[in-house]
Design a protein around this ligand. Structure first.
Ligand SMILES: Cc1cc2nc3c(=O)[nH]c(=O)nc-3n(C[C@H](O)[C@H](O)[C@H](O)COP(=O)(O)O)c2cc1C
Length: 215
């Protein structure tokens, strides 16, 4: 089948695209609300985009049913808070955080803390004023580099200023992340589908050009 975007309903485009760009890492993003409360929500339109400087990208859609509302009323809290404060934290979502992560995605009224509802706690970050999630095994502290508004979405580029990883998940030799032990999850094609990375690793060495021509 072929789907020309010009003639495909945006919801179908979403369903197809997230099924084809998968698995995706899940960022549980913490930000600070205007009143200083901590907001948390998962985002899987997420990846690292450059290393020097280290930059990650987040895709934030407008709020469901926002219709013709003013720009700020359409924005999800995460996008609005990042614009206002210029800082956020990406907490890495692992298997043990899946249930809590899905609770933070509920559209609670503004006065309800997703962190409390999910049974999570926060702890101070090292550089940014936004706390990280205490239960997460790793977190990226970010400052907003740029927010690009494209149609009904925002793409946030965040410069990573500090990375925190629980000691047991760092192999100091590289340093490398002990990803086989961290058990990050990936989001798939919607419909609540995720993948585990536990016992799922395959190793394939990079081939050097010299070795390729000698094969
Ligand atoms: C695993 C998962 C991944 C999600 N990824 C995105 C995403 O990439 N972009 C987005 O706009 N919403 C995404 N959502 C929906 C938001 O988490 C949801 O709209 C949330 O209520 C936004 O909260 P906020 O207003 O506090 O930012 C995702 C939800 C889940 C469960």
């Amino acid at each position: 089948m072929e789907f020309q975007i010009a003639t495909t309903d945006p919801h179908a485009v979403y369903n197809l695209l997230i099924g084809l760009v998968a698995p995706r890492p899940v960022a549980l993003v913490t930000t600070l609300n205007e009143d200083g409360g901590v907001n948390a929500a998962p985002y899987s339109a997420y990846n690292y985009l450059s290393i020097d400087p280290p930059v990650i990208g987040l895709g934030i859609a407008e709020r469901d049913g926002a219709g013709g509302a003013a720009w700020d009323a359409k924005a999800k809290d995460t996008g609005r808070n990042i614009r206002q404060r210029g800082e956020f934290v990406v907490n890495v979502v692992t298997e043990d955080l899946m249930d809590a992560m899905t609770v933070t995605a509920i559209a609670f009224p503004a006065e309800v803390s997703e962190i409390n509802e999910a049974g999570l706690h926060t702890v101070a970050s090292s550089v940014v004023s936004v706390p990280r999630i205490a239960e997460a095994h790793a977190a990226l502290e970010c400052v907003e580099l740029q927010t690009i508004e494209i149609g009904r979405s925002r793409i946030v580029l965040g410069r990573v200023v500090s990375m925190w990883v629980e000691d047991r998940f760092v192999d100091p030799a590289g340093p490398y992340i002990r990803a086989q032990e961290m058990h990050a999850i990936g989001r798939m094609n919607g419909q609540g589908a995720y993948v585990r990375t536990r016992d799922a690793f395959v190793t394939k060495d990079r081939i050097k050009y010299g070795d390729w021509v000698k094969r």
